[in-house]
Structure formats: structure tokens, C-alpha cells
Design a protein around this ligand. Sequence first.
Ligand code: 2RA
Length: 329
Amino acid sequence: MKIAVVGATGMVGEIMLKVLAERNFPVTELIPVASEKSVGKEVEFKGKKYTIKSMEEAVMMKPDIALFSAGGSISLECAPKFAAVGTTVIDNSSAWRMDPTKKLIVPEINADSLTKEDKIIANPNCSTIQLVMALSPLHKKYGIKRVVVSTYQSITGTGVKAVKQLENEYQDIKGDMAYNYPIHRNAIPHCDVFEDNGYTKEEMKLVKETKKILRDDTVLVTATAVRIPVVGGHSETVNIEFANDFNLGDVRQVLHEIPGVVVQDNTDTNTYPMPLYAQGKDDVFVGRIRRDESQKNTLNMWIVADNLRKGAATNTVQIAEYLVANNLV
Ligand code: 2RA
């Protein structure tokens, strides 16, 4: 497979290369793509150096698949150019996610909807992916009426500038700010930009993308997204009201049976997911599973995942794997 990685020098791009190698994806030719200032530099993949190409060069090389993590504006401009030469694009930005003609894919949930005609495929937002990995099977079994989710998001979701800000603040160094406030010893209830309804874009991504992936607009979702000084991954408290009652043991069994979900839930041994231990892993970790005693048919849980892996790079590569395995590219 001739594979382009667009945004190859970014945080997610670098991890996409790492995951492609880890999973031994059948790459016969790698085309790393980055901004003009990086063209001509090299990236290493599986012990070999590859020269970074410009977007125009990469399009002319007609890759089979292009994995994008280069921001929404570049994706809106360039994904159609790749698609026009027959490349299948899997994009990590929000550009295409809510486009009714584009599919929003978490392979374990809805990859079966993909066809050869899907030439631009959207990778969901990281905080959505880990949420729906747990919600989907429970929705099928019990019918979800409403979800209340609060996120505790890693600064890596913002990028290198945020990681540098935290490092500087550890050492009391004044430097560039990724956020309006210090992040060290703080929690900022502001991920992405505010919309007219008082929610942030990040929160509305959770609301809208969850409905699209579950293919059910009747599922009610409300969200609060908070940035915290953590690097290992995103954490979420989730309160789920079902249409039907449930048995806690059955809920744990349903979650346990999902490929890619690991239940870590034992209060006797203080066993529960934490971002420090989720970092670098591809699973979605679920714990603190307990009945909401304030309301019938309602459950609380805690969900943690590495936002750069299953939340971005790994999910993208898994979509590519599905396309190859099902002869869709
Ligand atoms: C964030 N989910 O964490 C967004 C984009 N990566 O900032």
C-alpha cells in the first residue's frame, strides 16, 4: 500500500507513523507530507528515512490511502484533491465529521457502513471515540435515553505549545501560552472556542458526533469539557440513563466483551483507570461502574484513553486496516 501521512511532523502524525510500524501495516511506499518549511527534511519509518513531500507532490504520487492530521482548513482544501486522484482519505480534523455525505468511523462500532465510494472518511474527536466505545454496546442492549459527560482532558490534545506551557510553568518560566490561563495546578473549563449557546466546540463535538456514530438522534447528550495538567490521556465521568433497567454484572460483561475496551473496576483493590497508566496504550479503559442511586435505570462510569492513540492515530490506522482487509481500497 502506498500511504501518505499528511501532518507527519505533528504530534498525531508522529504517532500515526509509530502505530503503522507497530501494527505492521502493509506499507510498500510511505509519503510523509508536512508544511512547506519541512519539505525536504526527513522522517524515519521502520528504520528507513523518507523525504518529506509537499502536498502537491503527494497528490501527484496518487497514494492508496492518505492519513490526515493537519487541521481542518488544510483538510477541506486538500482532501478532495487526493480523493480526485483515487486516494482514500482518513481525516483527523473536524472538517468532515458532521458532513452528511461523509462517514464518521470508530471501526469497532460502524466500519461496516464503509464502501469503496467513501473517499473521505472522518475520524471522530478523541473524547468522542473513547465515549462511544463504551456507549455503543450498552445502547444496543439497554437503549440509551440520555448521557451526561464531563471530560478531564490532557494538554496533548491542544498540542506541543500546551505541553511546553506546562513544562515552563513547572519551572516558573514565562513563555508562550496555549491557554488564557496557567494550566499548572489548574483546571480550565474551556476546550476549543465558545459557541453562541454557551458550550464550547469540544462539548458540542461530543453531543453531535455521539448521535451520528450511534446512528440515533434520539440519544440526548450534554457535556462539559475541562482541560487539566495531565499528558497521558483524556478521562471522562459519564452518567447514562437507559430506557430499561440493567444488571451491573451484565453491564460489566457487555463492556468486557468489546474488543478494545478493558474493564478496570474493583473497589476492593483500588482498581480503576487512570491516564498515567493509559498512556501509550490503544485500549479504552472503563471503571467506577456503579448504579446512579438518585435515578432509576441510570449508571455512572469513568472512561480513560490515550487521546493521541485510540483517540486519534490508532483509530485512524484501524480504519485503514479495515479498508484493506475488506478490499475497499
Ligand atoms: C482536544 N479533542 O483535546 C481536542 C482536539 N484534539 O483539544
